[in-house]
Design a protein around this ligand. Structure first.
Ligand code: IFM
Length: 513
């Protein structure tokens, strides 16, 4: 996951990753992913309690444009329509998350039956359509009541999570294909409690590190609880946003190592090796002695995993800050003042060469190949799954009509972003989105995945982020990652070209030409 030299897939023969016709194994999974708060809406319905993201998004200044997940994609009320879209896209699997506050409105106590019923309908609807359910237990919507008791900085939240896992395991443990405990605990800990860019919006390095451990512990407790109650033979996993870290300059090795420790090994260490890395403990010694790691915790966290979920979007470039020039913080996350890198004050994140997605993230498919190869080398017996990859491009539609086509009744409308064209009918409703940029991004990254497979990586599948445009956390609805367009006024869904392209891939396991 680190690279302080210059030997990367990007520089070896410089492939452009724009292959067609590549064939994936017949049992390779192509799916798509979403998360509860990003798509469901219906935040006050059927007994759902408030989550930290309800509080955060309703706090002025926290989310772009004051956007909230109150309605989002209204998936809660459009479940059948969305399931039919998944079926039409030939998805093999669908990765969704369960909103803890729908199941336990305050994070403790008996299950809310209406919440269980919603996910039961979702799971049954998937199975009826031949789509495997991949359930994430936690994609960031912590019950607010638990945050009020200390949130992830408190051990009791991890213990409550184990009980929540037992409840959903008892309810759905006959039907879930793959259980994923956490999505990107890096973000929950460091953006939630370190930088303040995510809920609950705190900027406390000690709490961020306590959160790291309690999220790790929650992962282990959840798997233990699930194993005790499920009745089918599911796969167990966790999804990490592992960082591909390049170094700039001859003295960058230590900066790379430090970010690798905080960003990657703080999770893979305890989860896959049963220990926190010694250099992580040393780097953060001025913040904590890690006395919150109690005897027995590491055994609980160190669970065999059927697949390790990997989310990949772009790379990082770091160097040692000289302490004089203005410090660059181009780590790809919304800069709201605090640092998501406790103890790494001497490391700066450099802006990388483009091209970029609408998030400002550099497009580098070689980074995905490098990441998969390095995981193969570090954890040779660990099967992998790409649980998120995708791109935001500006295919929102606020455009002029092209008079020449109007007579034909279909009006091509060109967006500001090159490579994206939305097509309206005469009533100005979007009927197609030609998102060539996104197709190109997906093609290149899926080619990178194929290259990794050919080099012996035990890669089991790929999930595109995201099935549909949705609430992109601190950026609200301003960033569109979906392969299906959502009109936030009408909530009408329109599959983009990328969706049709992906459907063709999923139907044949062959990369379209
Ligand atoms: O939208 C998020 C998702 O919730 C977690 N992984 C990254 C995506 C894009 O930022």
């Amino acid at each position: 996951m680190t690279d302080s030299t210059t030997t990367t897939a990007a520089t070896e023969g410089a492939p452009d990753y724009r292959d067609g016709g590549l064939v994936f194994p017949a049992d390779f999974t192509f799916g798509s992913a979403t998360a509860s708060y990003q798509i469901e809406g219906a935040v006050h319905e059927d007994g759902r309690g408030p989550s930290i993201w309800d509080t955060f998004s309703h706090t002025p200044g926290r989310v772009f444009n004051g956007d909230t997940g109150d309605v989002a994609d209204d998936h809660y009320h459009r479940l059948d329509e969305d399931l039919d879209i998944m079926k039409a896209l030939n998805l093999h699997a669908y990765r969704f998350s369960i909103a803890w506050p729908r199941i336990q409105p305050t994070g403790r106590g008996p299950a809310n039956q209406a919440g269980l019923d919603f996910y039961s309908r979702l799971i049954d609807g998937l199975i009826a359509r031949g789509i495997r359910p991949v359930a994430t237990l936690y994609h960031w919507d912590l019950p607010q009541a638990l945050e009020d008791e200390g949130g992830w900085a408190a051990r009791s939240t991890a213990e409550a999570f184990g009980e929540y896992a037992r409840i959903v395991g008892e309810a759905f443990g006959d039907r879930i294909h793959t259980w994923t405990t956490l999505n990107e605990p890096w973000c929950s800990a460091y953006l939630g409690y370190g930088s303040g860019a995510h809920a609950p919006g705190l900027t406390d390095p000690l709490k961020a590190l306590r959160a790291v451990h309690h999220l790790n512990l929650a992962h282990g407790l959840a798997i233990e609880a699930l194993r005790g109650v499920v009745t089918n033979d599911p796969q167990y996993s966790v999804t990490l946003n592992l960082h591909v870290i390049r170094g700039e300059g001859d003295d960058s090795a230590d900066a790379v190592r430090q970010i690798d420790a905080l960003g990657n090994r703080a999770f893979t260490g305890p989860m896959l090796r049963g220990a926190y890395p010694a250099d992580l403990l040393a780097d953060t010694a001025s913040i904590t002695d890690w006395g919150f790691v109690l005897e027995g915790d590491l055994e609980i966290i160190h669970q065999p995993l059927d697949v390790l979920g990997v989310n990949y979007y772009s790379t990082n470039l770091v160097r040692v800050w000289d302490g004089v020039s203005p410090k660059q913080n181009a780590d790809g996350h919304k800069d709201v003042g605090g640092s998501p890198w406790p103890g790494a004050d001497r490391v700066e994140f450099l802006q990388q060469p483009g091209p970029y997605t609408e998030m400002g993230w550099n497009i580098e498919p070689a980074g995905l190949e490098d990441l998969l190869l390095s995981l193969r080398d570090e954890f040779p017996n660990q099967p992998l799954m790409i649980t998120e990859n995708g791109a935001a491009f500006d295919d929102s539609v606020h455009l002029e009509l092209a008079a020449t086509d109007a007579a034909a009744g279909v009006v091509a409308v060109h967006d500001a972003a090159p490579g994206v064209v939305a097509v309206h009918d005469a009533a100005s409703e979007v009927v197609a989105v030609h998102d060539a940029d996104r197709v190109d991004y997906l093609r290149r990254h899926i080619t990178a995945a194929h290259r990794a497979l050919e080099q012996g990586v035990d890669l089991r599948g790929y999930f595109v982020w995201s099935l549909m445009d949705n609430f992109e956390w601190g950026y609200g609805y301003s960033k569109r990652f979906g392969i299906v367009r959502v009109d936030y006024d009408t909530l009408v869904r329109v599959p983009k070209d990328s969706a049709h392209w992906y459907a063709e891939l999923a139907s044949s396991n062959r990369l379209p030409d």
